[in-house]
Design a binder for this molecule. Sequence first.
Ligand code: FEO
Length: 405
Amino acid sequence: MHCTRKITDDLTWVGANDRRLAMFEGVYSVPYGVSYNSYLLADEKTVLFDTVDKAVSRRFLENVTYALSGRALDYLIIQHMEPDHSAALEEIMLRYPNVKLVCNSRTQTMLKQFFNINDIDKKLHLIAEGDTVCTGRHTLSFIMAPMVHWPEVMMTYDSTDKVLFSADGFGTFGALNGALFADEVDFNADYMGEARRYYTNIVGKYGTQVAALLGRTSKLDIEMICPLHGFVWRQRLPDIMSKYELWSLYQPEENGVMIAYASVYGNTENAAEILSSILRNRGVKSVMFDVSVTPASEIIAAAFRWSHLVFASTTYNAGIFVTMEALINDLVCHNIQNRTIAVIENGSWAATSGGLMREKLGKCKSVSIIEQTVSIKSALDNAQLAELEAMADALISDMENTAGV
Ligand code: FEO
C-alpha cells in the first residue's frame, strides 16, 4: 500500500523511511531512523527525482506506481549516484523501459561503475550546468554541486514553482513519521541536532564547495527546498540557510566550550569535570562528552557548534588513548577550523598524549592552541586546581576577544 504526501498540485513525495537501520553508511548511528526522499513531478511529462535505498525500495515502488496513476515515467533525474539514492534505479528502468535518465557526464561514468545495464548510453539525456529541461508547465535547470557530497552531485531548480531539489544538501537524519515539512514539527527543538550531525559528518569536510554552492543558489528565487533526506523546507528558509553558511565556513554557532575526554579510571574525567564547573561558575556554557561512550558523530557535530574545544586524554600505549585518537583523526578529516583549543593530558609515568594531541590538532587551519595546559600524573594534585583555573581564564579571555559569535 502506498504512503505518499502531496507537496504541490503536481509534486508528490514518494520516498520512504527506514527505522531499523543500525548504522547509516556503516558509520553513523541513526537512533531516530532516516528518510530516503524521492519526488514525482506529474506535468505533461512525468519526472522522478532520484530513487531510494534498497532497504525501502518496495514501499518506494508502490508510491511511484500510485503517484503516476497509470501514466508512464518519462524522466528519472539522477542528482546523486550514492546507492542510498540510486539502488532502485534498475527496477525503475525495468518497470518503465522508455524512461530517460537525466544526468551529467560524471554520473554517466558512475552509472557504468555501479550498474551493468546494456546500452546504457542510449538511455541517457546528458545535461550540463545551466541546461534546462521543459516538462510542460515546469522548466528545470541543473546546478552542478561537486563534492556536496560526491563529485557527480547536481541539484535541480524548478523555476516555475521556485523549488530547489537539493540532493544531500539541507538534509536531516531522522524518519519523517508522517510529517514532511519542517514547519510541521518543532524543528529547532527536535531536529536541529540531527540536521547538524547530518551536515557535519556527511558534508562537513567539503565546506569550500558548500560555500561556493550557497553563493550560486543565493541568486535563485527559492520558495521551497526538497532534499534527499529529512524534511522539505517551505517556511523559515533563512533559518537553515544561515546554519549552512556558518557550518560551511567552519564558524561556530555559539560561544561556549566543548570538552571531550578519554579517561580509563576517572581521573582525567575529574579534571574535565572540574574545568567544566569552573566555566559554568563563570557563566560560560560548557558541554562534556566521554569519547569512549558518545558516538564520534555527535562530538563532531558539537565541535562544529561550539567556539572553544578542550581535549583531555590519558596516555595509552605511549600515545593518545585509542578512542580519543580516533575522534581527533576524524575531526581533522572533517576539516575542523577556526577554533581555539586547549589540551589536558594524563600519564602515570611518561605522559605523551598532550603533545601528540597538539601536533594533530595544530595542523588544522586557523586553529590556535592555548599555552595553558594541565599535565596530570595519575590523579589531579591539589596544586593543579590553579592550572585548571588558568586554563579557564585563557579560554574565557579568548572567548571575550572573539567577535561575532
Ligand atoms: Fe544520501 Fe551522499 O547520499
